[in-house]
Design a protein around this ligand. Structure first.
Ligand code: DCP
Length: 343
């Protein structure tokens, strides 16, 4: 029998002190979150013609030697262009013990900006999954989809969660359904946003500095309508119908419901912190943001359609800080919210 438990913030901090996590530069404030650590991009971005996995016999650097076509120096702010694949070494290396594995996911802000981000490891055969005992560097594959973005050394695009295997009775994961809201909940009747084509650059460091109307078209809906036709390949930000609540002793991950049926992909950011949506951490009424795209054909999305499932996992210990409590938390208590770069 085996149990799996997620490392809380204090355990992650300890792992930095004991050399399990090796940052190339001192950690940034707020880098350690209640159940995850933000990963920072390092000095260079390698343009490659296509996404890849190194496979069991090669390191990422070996693969880059033959695939890289151009190198961007990230010691100065640089533009990552839309639909170009970049491989970027991260400032954090890890030396996991034999009972620790890890999983990465885009940060909520990356998802909301339609930046496709996946983690790659040496000898990796899957994206975002780091096997038990992995020792080595970490890389991010980064593809901005809707907007070109400005990044530089230290920008955080994805995050890592550590999972400890232990003895004990296996527990079934608690799950809950996430459905789409297409009913107006505010006087402006806005239920979502569609990314504008040919908008400007988004500077990821410039929080609150971008006018939302320049980048996003608001979508309003009549109370008696309850559906929305998704135009193929357009990007939409919508919100869940459900208020979400993650208890202090658990963390959650959002999994796409069924990518073959639901043309609405819930694809990107999926980690929810302990305390997200908890009333005592200021989270009453927190919704999850759903990043939606239709492929190939126009698709009729309906109010209440099941698009994702939240899987809850126990923490190893209660984290010493919860989401929304004394830490920079941009999305606690949110309804429908664009990424923090927009005002
Ligand atoms: N699709 C998603 C994914 C996450 N969240 C919420 C739950 C998370 O606990 C919270 C913060 O997620 P991240 O840490 O990934 O977000 P950022 O680091 O971008 O923002 P913050 O500065 O608030 O930490 O956002 C959400 O509403 N919708």
């Amino acid at each position: 029998m085996m149990t799996f438990r997620i490392w809380p913030s204090q355990r992650i901090r300890q792992a930095v002190e004991t050399g399990i996590i090796i940052p190339a530069m001192p950690l940034a404030p707020d880098q350690i979150q209640p159940a995850s650590m933000d990963l920072r991009i390092a000095d260079r971005a390698y343009r490659v013609p296509a996404s890849f996995l190194p496979g069991p016999h090669r390191t990422v650097r070996e693969r880059l030697t033959s695939l890289s076509t151009h190198v961007l120096d990230l010691t100065q702010p640089r533009v990552l262009e839309r639909n170009c694949v970049h491989i970027i070494p991260l400032l954090e290396e890890i030396r996991l013990g034999p009972t620790t594995s890890a999983r990465a996911n885009p940060k909520s802000s990356s998802g909301r900006l339609d930046i496709f981000v996946r983690l790659i490891t040496d000898y990796g055969t899957a994206f975002d999954d780091i096997p038990e005992g992995y020792q080595g560097p970490l890389f991010a594959e980064v593809v901005p989809r809707s907007f070109p973005v400005i990044v530089g050394r230290g920008t955080t695009l994805n995050q890592i969660r550590f999972r400890e295997r232990g003895a004990g009775p296996a527990e079934a994961k608690r799950t809950s359904a996430v459905t789409i809201n297409l009913q107006p909940t505010s006087p402006d009747r806005i239920i979502g946003y569609r990314a504008r084509r040919a908008a400007g650059l988004v500077d990821l460091a410039a929080v609150g500095a971008h006018r939302r109307g320049d980048f996003w078209e608001p979508l309003t809906i009549e109370a008696d309508r309850g559906d929305l036709v998704l135009v193929p390949d357009e990007f939409y930000i919508l919100a869940s119908f459900e208020d979400v609540r993650v208890e202090a002793g658990e963390a959650a991950e959002m999994i796409a419901y069924d990518t073959s049926v639901g043309e609405a992909r819930v694809h990107y950011a999926g980690f929810l912190d302990p305390g997200f949506g908890l009333p005592e951490a200021g989270g009453t009424g927190s919704k999850v943001v759903l990043e939606v795209r239709s492929h190939d054909v126009p698709f009729l999305l309906e109010h209440g359609q099941h698009v994702g499932t939240l899987e809850y996992e126990p923490m190893l210990e209660r984290p010493d800080q919860l989401y929304g409590q004394g830490i920079r938390s941009n999305y606690q208590g949110q309804g429908l919210k664009l990424s923090k770069q927009f005002r």
